[in-house]
Design a protein around this ligand. Structure first.
Ligand SMILES: [Zn+2]
Length: 178
C-alpha cells in the first residue's frame, strides 16, 4: 500500500480531434473499463478502444493484461468515487459503425443520459426508427444494419452525482426546515 503525499490529479480526457464543424457535445470525456479479475479500473485513450471492449464484454471480459505492460498488480488508473460522475454503459453494445458517432448527453438534472447517433452527413438521430429510415434512404450504408445501433442509455450512478444537483422527485419536496 503506497501513500502518495502529492494530490492525485484526475485526468480528464477530451477529444482533440479538430473538424470544421464543431463537434456535437458529448457529456463523456473519460472512458474506463473494469478488470474482470481484480476489479481495478483502467482508462482508455479512445472511445473506439472502449467500444471494442464493451462489444465483447460477455464473451471476452476485459482483464488488465489485455493492455500492454499492465497486469493486475499495476495500480488502478482511476478510482470509482464521487469526484466525477460515473455512468455505466450496458455490456455488449455493438461497435458504432464507421463514420457514425454515438453521443451520450447527460441531462441537466443528471436524471438520465440520452443516446444519439450522428450520421456521416451530420444528421442527429435520437431513436431506433430514425436509424431504420436513414439506412433505407442511404443505400451507401447497405452494409450497416439497424442492429449495429443501440439507444440503451447508460445508467447514471446516483452516488456520484454532485451534491449541488437536486435529485428530481415527482412530488415536490419541502426544503429542509427542521
Ligand atoms: Zn486486473
Amino acid at each position: 500500500m503506497e501513500t502518495d503525499s502529492g494530490n492525485p490529479s484526475p485526468a480528464m480526457i477530451k477529444s482533440s480531434a479538430k473538424k470544421s464543424r464543431p463537434p456535437p457535445q458529448s457529456s463523456v470525456d473519460t472512458f474506463a473499463v473494469q478488470c474482470n479479475d481484480c476489479f481495478k479500473w483502467r482508462t482508455l485513450a479512445t472511445e473506439d478502444e472502449f467500444e471494442e471492449y464493451r462489444s465483447k464484454q460477455s464473451e471476452d471480459p476485459f482483464v488488465c493484461n489485455k493492455r500492454e505492460g499492465v497486469t493486475c498488480d499495476t495500480p488502478a488508473d482511476i478510482e470509482y468515487d464521487s469526484s466525477r460522475t460515473w455512468v455505466m454503459d450496458k455490456p455488449n453494445i455493438p461497435k458504432t459503425p464507421e463514420g457514425f458517432q454515438r453521443i451520450i448527453v447527460l441531462r441537466k438534472d443528471y436524471s438520465k443520459m440520452d443516446v444519439q447517433y450522428i450520421t456521416p452527413d451530420g444528421t442527429r438521430i435520437r431513436a431506433a426508427p430514425g436509424i431504420v429510415t436513414y439506412l433505407k434512404e442511404h443505400s451507401e450504408y447497405s452494409h450497416v444494419s439497424p442492429s449495429d445501433f443501440c439507444f440503451a442509455s447508460p445508467k447514471v450512478m446516483s452516488d456520484t452525482v454532485p451534491d449541488h444537483i437536486e435529485k428530481k422527485s415527482p412530488v415536490k419536496k419541502q426544503k429542509k426546515s427542521t
